[in-house]
Design a protein around this ligand. Structure first.
Ligand code: PGA
Length: 894
């Protein structure tokens, strides 16, 4: 194997590392500083292959428990600062991942701007923020980090002092000192309310200002003004799958706070506009419509008598204040002095703003018309409405089944719904959906579960009246596996009037769309037949055709846990492809919702590449994608980074929708056949190991920190849905997370090597890697995960397993699989080492590897002591800190 060239240390890392070292010395003492430095340089030497550099353990052995905690904290902070430095280095714009390049590429293929605009006219692109518990860092830590990033930007601009006269380097050192003394672990559990507040900060700081600015840029590139096709969604306060703490109150809270954030933003913007638009009737021509709006405002101010724009804005401001009060029950922070009627809806607010904008545009060839703050505000109102983000509801199909069974039983319709077969269930549910008579009764005593489910749909119905139809549009059904799973949700929605049976010849109406989430390999395979049957029901088919689109959600993590990386990736691809004709037949556009996480085992990797790698014809301008955990801070932590990521998602969607198919029919056929074979081989190897190996479950539970991970307070939802320890019942997040900690990262690669190894036509594989975006993207992600895994370190976890004989055998199989995957991947891509052709990622990973190893070794020590029954609280804390630190260093581990 060729050895990698030496890596050059990023100067920012060196700078921040030096300041951190100073802080450690000042607060932790000379001794800790020296120990840390010693271990750091020994680790770096070891990673560089310096002869005899095997000192890491010796250095670590010398640490007492207090020092261990301090040391882990230091390395965690170092990783955090290294991430920051790396993010600064290039907000990595992937080649072609911007609108102008996408449009140019499409025009190169003969796709006209008109065709692009026509697509955008019907498009919907939505990142959906969720509270999936993979963000280990507290918000306070992230805030300090962001302040450092801002200070460094100031330094880049050539300044040496902040606006307040503080020396920038000292200000950065202060933030690092604060970081050093901020507790990284949460002591208290996280509540849903906290998750709601955390995500709102991203809306205020990022999405509200960034989206309108992006649209303004795109209008210039497109030469036209598209509708607001890019919006933001949320699950926080609506996703109850396995989270009993999300109830009607949380839904109400989420929506009310979101409304408050949107309206406060508009009020602030209006306030600045009022200051800006000082045009006087003595000097400007002002159209009648503006004068009328000014007159209606009731603004009595004498000084503004000749300033109709300001008066008009005062009136709009007053009405918006009244809206704020009406919708949130609170006065805004800067109330109006005038009393006014609230706006009925965002469209009414927009109309007033447009009057003002048209007034400005009507004079002097529209010099004042161009975009500006008012243009951005109009765009914001169109995009965020009064609801800010569409909130999805989600619940598990098992819960719906129990709720419907109870409703039917209490209503005397069916005593044992659960005992009915699918055919009988569908017949019964359709009968109920054909009538507007609800099943529920105010006088019945329902189980807690049913009462809570009913309460939340009633809360949703109220919310739709208050905030408008965009506030909740989708209801996701986890573990969907049948038509009745979809119909059951419509029954539950009917209880709150959100499904209306068509009577007297009127068609039925579904206010909220029931969306199946297919997430096992078998369910992905049945997705086309389930959707065919669902669309085949006349009442559903009619709704779908009238609506013009339907969403299907596909789950990356659970399909991976079920069938391994390659099979999951392929099944998702194949299911999407097979769904396309089903939708065409139903006369509806297909909207796929990709449920993916940050780690490769949960569908992570470049979103740009992933969207472009979708099967041809399956992205029809409509796509939703989950964004969650640590990925939210990584992709939307600052405005610049957010703009890059949102633009990449948009341009990828345009390309995937309009670019001609890259593969010839012949290649498509032979590549598909090859992937079927590979997927089969990978599935067999993966299932054999994970589900077919005696003692594997115990091996996994003892080798990795899975049990300790449950103790981390990183999310409001419980770590597990059930008490079972079966891998089938484990949530995908802790499964992937714990393999990452032990550096095995099994879900990201296991099985691929077996499949590639057994595949004889290597030339065909090379063709696939060269010509097929799907395969290229799959292999690129595989390569990233392999580069972050380290079986040498993983082997050090082996003594944690009780049955050593079994552990040796299982680990031997894992190591063999890793070797095959590694060797085959290199052969396939023609590289002499991993990431040879991806120098940026190679540098990034190799820079941080040395810092992870000591953390792993300490984690192992602490796990040993913890599991041997030592009850010093610092041991548990040390384990949790180490989990936190390793996750931070790996960047996308959860
Ligand atoms: P879920 O998410 O367990 O909430 O369905 C799975 C995942 O994203 O890993």
């Amino acid at each position: 194997m060729a050895s990698a060239p030496p890596i050059t240390q990023n100067p920012d890392i060196r700078f921040l590392g030096r300041l951190l070292g100073d802080v450690i010395r000042a607060y932790g003492g000379e001794n800790l500083y020296r120990q840390t430095e010693y271990i750091r340089s020994a680790s770096v030497d070891r990673a560089r292959g310096v002869a005899g550099a095997d000192l890491v353990d010796t250095g670590l052995d010398a640490l007492n428990l207090d020092d261990t905690l301090a040391f882990v904290r230091g390395f965690m902070l170092f990783s955090m600062l290294a991430n920051l430095a790396e993010d600064r280095q290039g907000i990595a714009v992937e080649p072609g991942a911007d609108m102008a390049s996408a449009i140019a590429a499409l025009e190169g293929h003969g796709v006209s701007k008109d065709a692009i605009l026509a697509l955008l006219d019907k498009a919907l692109i939505v990142p959906v923020l969720t509270a999936h518990p993979t963000e280990v860092r507290r918000k306070s830590m992230i805030d300090h980090k962001n302040r450092i990033a801002d200070l460094m930007l100031l330094m880049d601009s050539g300044k040496s002092e902040t606006d307040n006269g503080e020396v920038i380097e000292e200000a950065i050192a202060r933030q690092i000192a604060l970081l050093w003394q901020t507790r990284p672990l949460r002591r208290e559990r996280l509540y849903v309310q906290d998750e709601i507040e955390n995500v709102l900060a991203y809306f205020r700081d990022t999405f509200l200002p960034v989206l309108p600015a992006l649209y303004a840029r795109w209008e210039r590139v497109l030469g036209a003004r598209p509708q607001s096709f890019l919006r933001v969604g949320s699950w926080i306060g609506g996703d109850r799958d396995g989270n009993p703490y999300v109830q009607a109150d949380q839904l109400r809270f989420a929506l009310s706070r979101a409304c408050e954030a949107a309206l406060s933003y508009y009020l602030d913007e209006l306030h600045s506009l009022g200051a800006e638009l000082s045009l006087s009737t003595e000097l400007a021509h002002v159209p009648d419509a503006v004068l009328e709006l000014a007159e209606r405002s009731g603004d009595p101010s004498a000084s503004r008598r000749d300033e109709p724009y300001r008066r008009a804005i005062t009136g709009v401001y007053a009405r918006l204040c009244a809206t704020h009060e009406a919708l949130t029950g609170k006065a805004p922070s800067r109330p109006s002095t005038l009393s006014a009627d609230p706006y009925d809806d965002p469209a009414a607010l927009r109309r007033d703003l447009v009057v003002i904008a048209q007034g400005l545009a009507s004079d002097a060839e529209g010099v004042l018309a161009t975009g500006g703050a008012l243009g951005r505000l109009i765009r914001a109102v169109e995009t965020f409405g009064f609801h800010l983000a569409t909130l999805d509801m989600r619940q598990n199909s098992d819960v719906h089944e129990r709720v419907v069974a109870e409703l039917l039983k209490q209503a005397g319709v069916e005593a044992d719904y659960a005992a009915l077969d699918e055919f009988a269930r569908i017949a019964l549910l359709r009968r109920e959906l054909a009538s507007n008579r609800p099943l529920g009764s105010r006088f019945a005593a329902y189980s807690e579960e049913t009462a809570s489910e009913l309460a939340i749909v009633h809360a949703a119905a109220e919310a739709l009246k208050t905030y408008g139809p965009q506030c909740i549009t989708h209801y996701i059904i986890s573990k969907a596996e049948s038509v009745s799973d979809l119909l059951e949700v419509n029954i539950v929605l009917k209880e709150a009037g959100l499904w209306q049976a068509g009577v007297d010849g009127a068609p039925p109406q579904a206010t909220i769309m029931a969306v199946p989430l297919f997430e096992t390999i078998a369910d992905l395979e049945s997705a086309p037949s389930i959707m065919t049957a669902y669309f085949g029901l006349p009442e559903i088919g009619g709704i779908v055709t009238r609506r013009g689109h339907q969403e299907v959600m596909i789950g990356y993590s659970d399909s991976n846990k079920d069938g391994g990386y390659l099979t999951s990736t392929w099944s998702l691809h194949e299911a999407s492809k097979a769904l396309q004709p089903v939708f065409a037949q139903a006369g509806a556009a297909m909207q796929l919702f990709h449920g993916r996480g940050g780690a490769v085992g949960r569908g992570g990797g470049s979103a740009f590449a992933a969207i472009r790698a979708q099967p041809p014809g399956t992205v029809q301008g409509r796509i939703r994608v989950t964004e969650q955990g640590e990925i939210i801070a990584a992709k939307f932590g600052t405005r610049d980074v957010a703009a890059v990521n949102l633009e990449a998602m948009t341009s990828a969607t345009l390309l995937a929708s309009l670019e001609p198919e890259a593969l010839s029919e012949r290649d498509a056929a032979r590549f598909t056949a090859a992937m079927d074979t590979l997927s089969h081989g990978s599935f067999t190897a993966y299932r054999d190991l994970v589900y077919g190996t005696e003692g594997f479950k115990e091996f996994f539970r003892e080798l990795t920190p899975i049990q300790e991970i449950s103790g981390l307070k990183i999310g409001s939802r419980p770590a597990s849905r059930t008490k079972s320890t079966r891998i089938e019942d484990l949530r995908a997040i802790p499964w992937v997370f714990s393999w990452a900690q032990a550096r095995v990262m099994l879900p990201g690669w296991y099985g691929v090597g077996h499949a590639l190894h057994a595949f004889e036509d290597k030339a065909l594989l090379a063709d696939m890697a060269q010509a097929w975006p799907f395969f290229r993207s799959a292999m690129a992600n595989l390569e990233m995960v392999l580069a972050k895994s380290d079986l040498g370190i993983a082997r050090r976890y082996l003594p944690l397993v009780q049955d050593q004989a079994a552990a040796d055998v299982i680990f031997g199989r894992i190591a063999d699989g890793w070797g095959k995957t590694h060797d085959e991947l290199l052969a396939l891509t023609g590289q002499s080492r991993l990431l040879e052709y991806n120098p940026a990622l190679e540098t990034s990973i190799r820079l941080r590897l040395p810092y992870i190893e000591p953390l792993n070794l300490l984690q192992i020590e602490l796990l040993k002591r913890h599991r041997a029954g030592e009850d010093d609280a610092r041991i548990k804390e040390g384990i949790e800190l180490s989990i936190n630190a390793i996750a931070t260093a790996l960047r996308n581990s959860g």
